[in-house]
Design a protein around this ligand. Structure first.
Ligand SMILES: [Zn+2]
Length: 298
């Protein structure tokens, strides 16, 4: 828990759902840990990125309920399904509104459209009904007991139209999947974007907000939330990816080399999906990158 006056935040890291299949090194496929943040005053609270499956919604909901606050809003950082498919269940349980930027809402509709081709194949029967109910708010701002919570568009990260939640009074940025913390980064969408420069620009925008603390959408719960360290390590991970893309000739080579450099990073499923997408797009220049990226999950 971190606190400023009557305002505080706390983070819950949810376990990944069960999944079939194995990685090239023989490990079972498992999604990354998923972090939700509760920002709260003495009575009200705002929740971020409530996860994907019914099970995740239940355990997160129980954790939120134990805080005994009135959840007014649920903020979604970006349109990937792992960050919002469970939003409806949480919104219903707490009588909360779901909020996001314009760009994120458009991306959420895209994820609902690809859900049967991707998410329901990976996690059949585990994901609840997920209509997009998110709304925008004036000036991308939500008030929580007199404190401003500001949704900031930062552009391309692991998806298009990423946003982050800036809470100036806490020195906090809830960064979704723009910044990572001890977890392999999903770089698949960067293949279609022509590299990592747009992502680096998004990191600069987060840094310009001057946060002391960053909560990442995927983080190792044993690590702290120091903004300077997580920003530096996220930049370094992209630089390393660029280097390995030059020195490794195959997806498996990239996968193994990243594990060698980051032996303690969680989320090796995402590392493998990323490797397949990056090398798949490179090896099939005439084909649709979005289709290659999709099939690299399956
Ligand atoms: Zn994610």
């Amino acid at each position: 828990m971190n606190q400023a006056g009557n305002l505080a935040y706390d983070v819950f890291v949810n376990d990944p759902p069960p999944q079939d299949g194995f990685l090239p090194n023989g490990e079972p496929k498992r999604f990354s840990p998923m972090a939700s943040t509760l920002i709260y005053g003495s009575e009200d609270a705002v929740l971020t990125d409530p996860g994907m499956t019914e099970d995740q919604a239940r355990v997160l909901g129980d954790w939120v309920a134990a805080k005994d606050r009135n959840v007014t809003d649920i903020f979604i950082t970006h349109g990937h399904g792992d960050h919002f498919f469970a939003a409806g269940l949480l919104a219903e349980r707490f009588g909360a509104r779901v909020v996001a930027t314009d760009g994120t809402i458009a991306q959420m509709h895209g994820s609902v459209a690809t859900r049967p081709l991707l998410w329901d194949k990976l996690y059949p029967g585990l994901i609840p009904s997920s209509p997009v109910t998110a709304v925008t708010v004036p000036d991308n701002r939500v008030a929580l007991e007199g404190h401003d919570l500001v949704m900031v568009d930062v552009g391309h990260g692991d998806a298009e139209d990423n946003s982050v939640l800036h809470v100036p009074d806490l020195g906090l940025v809830v960064a979704g999947d723009v910044i990572y913390n001890g977890v392999h980064m999903y770089l698949g969408a960067s293949a279609a974007a022509g590299g990592f420069d747009a992502w680096r620009t998004a990191i600069d925008k987060v840094e310009a907000l001057g946060p002391r603390h960053i909560v990442c959408g995927h983080q190792n719960e044993r690590l702290d939330d120091d903004a300077k360290r997580t920003i530096e390590q996220t930049r370094q991970y992209l630089d390393d990816a660029d280097e390995l893309l030059r020195t490794e000739n195959t997806a498996v080579g990239y996968f193994n080399a990243k594990i060698e450099r980051y032996p303690d990073h969680l989320g090796r499923l995402i590392l493998w999906v990323t490797a397949r997408a990056l090398y798949g797009v490179r090896e099939h220049p005439g084909e649709n990158p979005a289709q290659i990226t999709l099939s690299s999950w399956l």
